[in-house]
Design a protein around this ligand. Sequence first.
Ligand code: COI
Length: 348
Amino acid sequence: MIEDRQSTAKEVSASLFFGTIFTEHMLLAEYKDGAGWSTLRIEPYAPFSLDPATAVFHYGQAVFDGLKAYRGHDGQIRVFRPSTYLERFNASARRMCMPALDLNEALPALIELVRRERDSVPAGDGMALYLRPAMIASEPFLGVRPAKRYIFFAIASPAGPYYDDEKPLRIRVEDRYTRAAQGGIGAAKTGANYAASLLATEKAHRDGFDQVLWLDGMRREYLEEAGTMNIMLRLGDEVVTPRLGGTILPGVMRDSVLRLLRDWGIPATERAVSVNEVVDASNAGTLREAWGTGTASGLVPIGELAYRSQSLVINGGVAGELSDRLKTALADIQYGRTPDRHKWTVLV
Ligand code: COI
């Protein structure tokens, strides 16, 4: 294990925080204009030494993704939907004028990294080896244009749940700051989107909230994302979630939950959802549940949405039965307790 390195892989426990310790190896490759990608290789985890003029430090040309490997009750390690995540990684790279990976090479290399680190995959529901593939512009150059050199790397971090508290989240509907605009980079997993979220999120934390729910950048009227998660609401008998329109992240967990709901015959609609519709539903008693979906977070119930002076308490502030059912169904697939009908998991 790499730093805070007081614990070893075998000591990883349910008290593990997200993103604090790293395994001993990383995946690495370099790209040069004209030459393409070097061979992907596994190397000891180590810091980079980069010129202060390196493009990523100045203009943020960088992308990442996050996916998880789970230790099943049967002792088998399963990686959840790795090709879907790597396809999204490539879509982010294209949006940021960065070279795509050859997935025929990247996918087996990532699985090989997990195999190498299999002893570091923690056991227990909520626990996983979080894999963080990333790419940065590594050319030392201060002009504003796509770089001619890149570094791809993937690191692995044994992790517990992103939200360590089991309580449903209290979320502020953010009506001042926005995260993304039509035509922008909101659908790409690039650091700038996360940097843009910090100030509003810090202010929400200061006021006692766990997260913010972003509204659209034009009218501050339509729901977008809840912090690092997509959002879903159960309104009456229907589940609704903001449609993908270029401003929100196409979540892999979002897609997985929509597929489960449709398997179960529960109407699940991707459409524009206005904050006024949510307030009206709350007043009418039809806002039955809400939850966020994300890879780091998993499926997390939302117990309250605060919009301006109104507090919309959802399901009495406790997790609802549908979110519980979804969470269990996902965990059963990820930890191998149920047949994987969708072929979402790759055995390591
Ligand atoms: C993930 O869910 O993997 C994310 O990207 C959230 C992360 C920024 C902590």
